[in-house]
Design a protein around this ligand. Structure first.
Ligand code: COA
Length: 249
């Protein structure tokens, strides 16, 4: 159990809130486990017809906790709850809406490729600095980002680590709607309620058809994890994690 993830249900809509604002909602192993549990519970519940992933004003998520990266690097690269989360995300069958109220970094961006509807604050930013940490893209983003955005834009974001503004993310097909920061959650809730009001069986089949080859996604996650683990334990990655943790602000 962790209070860094808050799960509430509003009628047929489950809201999963990342709640570690003092660390910009950087995700820890207990948080991944809690999110996975909430997704699985939603999956098993006929009453839940849509799920919202959200953070708070200012931060959706700063990505994986870099302190934990360093610990994992020292203990052989194991991050079991991250892998479970990635699989639960890929295999989730409930429509997923994301409310991005501020910074989205790393897995805070790549999880959006598994969402069906994304609302972003006008001042939100989307950054995947994997290579700056001597890591590689994960969450099947190496497959899904080029499909969604085209190779050129995906390379600039995923490999070069160049940030996208909310407007650019919309243009790239990652975001559906850009709204004032104060309206992000209400807009996401409206979208989730709209989806929840549709015939549930037809939504499930349409979603499955549109999401394409799940086996390919799962295989990509496994292949990325293999390389990620290898990179995570490299000297260059360890040095990058330590530099972030020791930085002067
Ligand atoms: N892991 C661990 N701690 C993190 C974190 C992360 N991914 N992201 C932010 N934090 C911590 C900061 O160390 C800081 O902690 P402190 O107050 O104890 O020093 C706190 O969260 C606030 O972050 P700060 O950097 O002061 O906020 P900011 O608004 O200036 O910048 C970010 C926000 C997200 C741009 C910046 O924190 C950042 O670049 N984080 C790293 C993101 C990252 O590389 N994630 C992994 C991707 S694979």
């Amino acid at each position: 159990m962790t209070d860094s993830v808050i799960v509430t249900d509003e009628g047929p809509v489950r809201i999963i809130r990342f709640n570690r604002p003092e660390k910009k909602n950087a995700l820890t192993q207990p948080m991944y486990a809690a999110i996975t549990g909430a997704l699985r519970e939603a999956q098993a519940s006929a009453a839940i017809r849509a799920v919202i992933l959200t953070g708070g004003p200012g931060a959706f998520s700063a990505g994986a906790d870099i302190g934990e990266f360093l610990e994992s690097a020292q203990s052989g690269g194991l991050r079991p709850h991250t892998l479970e989360f990635l699989k639960a995300l890929a295999h989730n069958e409930k429509p997923l809406v994301a409310a991005v109220g501020g910074v989205a970094v790393g897995i805070g961006v790549t999880m959006l490729f598994h969402c069906d509807y994304v609302v972003a604050a006008a001042n939100a930013t989307f950054t995947t600095p994997f290579l700056k940490l001597a890591l590689i893209p994960e969450a099947a983003s190496s497959l899904l980002a080029p499909m969604r955005m085209g190779h050129a834009r995906a390379f600039s974001m995923l490999v070069m680590g160049r940030p996208l503004s909310a407007a650019q993310a919309k243009e790239a097909g990652i975001v559906n709607e850009v709204v004032d920061a104060a309206q992000v959650e209400a807009t996401a809730l409206t979208a989730a309620q709209e989806i929840a009001a549709l015939p549930v069986g037809a939504v499930a089949v349409s979603r499955r058809l549109m999401r394409g080859d799940l086996d390919a996604v799962t295989k990509q996650i496994d292949t990325e994890v293999m390389h990620f683990k290898d990179r995570l334990t490299s000297d260059e990655a360890r040095a990058a994690f330590s530099a972030f943790l020791a930085r002067k602000k």
